[in-house]
Design a protein around this ligand. Structure first.
Ligand code: BES
Ligand code: MN
Ligand code: ZN
Length: 503
């Protein structure tokens, strides 16, 4: 699909070819108030009051999510008009805009329309600029067209008719909007990669599959990729990570990817992604119901892959390291048992009271490994706790950090990218729950504040750099009828890095 941006000052009579330019469809918004403005007003005039008549007749009342095609329109270059209900004009914000845009794409994708002139991008959205509107529209379109058919025996061939979209923006927004369109496409590519990896089943997306994906990504995007196997993990004394993989027939893979967009001496941002390709719980076996969803337990890793892809496509001027500790968590006679005590790479000993709290066990060694990059900051991303889903539901990722500046940057990025996160506590008081009678620390802290004690566990391995942790257990995938990976938090992470690169 080809996206382009063109300035158009509808109200000033300089329509830059938008009135006469040929296309299969021009998309116009109508508020519930039914007063036409901007593009809709100009097109109404050019079509001798067609839109006014339709609105007066009650065929388009401006209700959010409604759409109406007007075929065989004359007087303008476009052969059809698509009217899209916008809802209330007062307080027209991000959510209402998203709803309208999605409705428009759904209507268009069900037709043979190939070329679209899209003017919703010029609507004034509360607290957002024209460039944001373009990016959001591209992301919504890509989300609508995403399909995961790799695992179907005979995937139905999907024919996509939509080829070319021209977005109208205010002249003042043109330059930023062009950059935003590129960002939108790169971000969507990164999200698609993350979604594909998340959706693949555990018997295909193994640790080795993730390692192969990293190598491919490295070749394609010029990333330095290194894969450490069991021997190397032993040499590094990663006793904690090794304890998780012990029950599995699949070899663990410790993946390190380096993107260099700044001078070699510039301290990198390190992203660490939990890569448990299947989490059965191990000897502390999970209940059967819904266990299939634990194939998504590598979505942290997938988001690191997706973010690196987006960063490389955008050529951001900063250095980023992606670290993915990948393995399975399985029960077997060689598996780690509750009560076992292991020694992490940091030297701290860990009493494993529950083998299902495995994410923190692979992450802690990855966080220690990250020290060698002398990072400017480390952000880990993990489907870490069911408790985080209970605390925040499926809308917000949990953000944990003792570093107010870093937390602030991530929250700003989350807001900007419409990939929301909520800051959670990380106070020392919670550390007491992790006391072990036999080792330096226990791997679980009981049910109260389960996502907080998990983050507290990780914090013990992060004293060497500014650090933040994102618990994405509630946001990385959807359950139910629309079961599938969401691609989050690739938007948040990519925006964070875009902002860092601009500093
Ligand atoms: N991968 C799970 C977390 C999870 C659970 C994500 C449900 C999404 C939905 C993690 O490894 C896990 O099993 N955590 C346990 C920790 C507990 C044993 C302290 C949990 O959350 O129940
Ligand atoms: Mn688990
Ligand atoms: Zn897990």
């Amino acid at each position: 699909m080809d996206f382009s941006i063109k300035a158009c000052e509808w109200t000033k009579g300089t329509t830059n070819g938008f009135l006469t330019g040929k296309s299969d469809c021009i998309v116009l918004g109508v508020f519930e108030s039914q007063t036409l403005n901007g593009a809709a007003l100009e097109i109404d005039t050019a079509t001798k009051g067609l839109i006014t008549r339709i609105v007066k007749a009650g065929d388009m009342q401006g209700k959010s999510g409604t759409t109406l095609f007007l075929p065989e329109v004359s007087g303008i270059g476009a052969s059809r008009v698509l009217l899209v209900g916008l809802g209330k004009q007062d307080g027209f914000g991000q959510k209402a805009y998203g709803d309208a845009v999605r409705a428009a794409w759904r209507a268009i994708l069900g037709t043979k329309i190939a070329q679209v002139t899209f003017t919703l991008s010029q609507l004034p959205v509360q607290e957002r600029g024209g460039e944001w509107a373009v990016k959001a529209a591209i992301l919504a379109l890509r989300a609508e067209t995403y399909q995961f058919t790799q695992m179907k025996g005979k995937p139905e061939p999907v024919k996509r008719n939509l080829k070319r979209i021209v977005f109208s923006v205010d002249a003042a927004d043109e330059k930023l909007a062009k950059a935003a369109a590129k960002e939108g496409a790169a971000l969507a590519n990164g999200m698609d990669l993350a979604r594909d990896l998340g959706n693949l089943p555990g018997n295909v997306c193994t640790p080795t599959y993730l390692a192969d994906t990293a190598k491919k990504l490295g070749k394609e995007w010029n990333l330095k990729t290194e894969i450490l196997g069991v021997k190397q993990l032993e040499a590094l004394k990663m006793g904690s990570m090794l304890s998780v993989t012990r029950g599995s027939a699949q070899p663990p893979q410790f993946i390190v990817m380096q993107y260099q967009g700044a001078g070699a001496k510039t301290a990198p941002i390190v992203l660490v992604g939990k890569g448990i390709t299947f989490d059965s719980g191990g000897i502390s076996l999970k209940p059967g119901e819904g266990m299939d969803e634990m194939k998504y337990d590598m979505c942290g890793a997938a988001s690191v892959f997706g973010t690196l892809r987006a960063v490389a496509e955008l050529g951001l001027k900063l250095n980023v390291v992606g670290i993915v500790p990948a393995c399975e968590n399985m029960p077997s006679s060689t598996a780690t048992k509750p009560g076992d005590i292991v020694t992490s790479m940091s030297g701290q000993t860990i009493e494993i009271l529950n083998t299902d709290a495995e994410g923190r066990l692979v992450l802690c060694d990855a966080l220690t490994y990250a020290e060698r990059f002398k990072p400017a900051a480390v952000v880990d991303v993990a489907t870490l706790t069911g408790a985080c889903v209970i605390a925040l539901g499926h809308h917000m990722s949990g953000l944990f950090s003792k570093d107010d500046a870093l937390a602030g940057e991530l929250l700003d990025a989350a807001r900007e990218a419409a990939d929301p996160a909520w800051r959670m506590p990380l106070d020392e008081e919670y550390q007491e729950q992790l006391k072990s009678n036999f080792a330096d620390v226990a791997n679980i802290g009981g049910r109260p504040g389960g996502s907080v004690t998990a983050a507290c566990f990780l914090s013990r391995f992060t004293s060497a750099y500014p650090w933040a942790h994102l618990d994405i257990a509630g946001t990385a995938w959807k359950s139910g009828a629309a079961k599938g990976s969401t691609g989050r938090p690739v938007p948040l992470l990519t925006q964070f890095l875009i902002d860092r690169a601009a500093q």
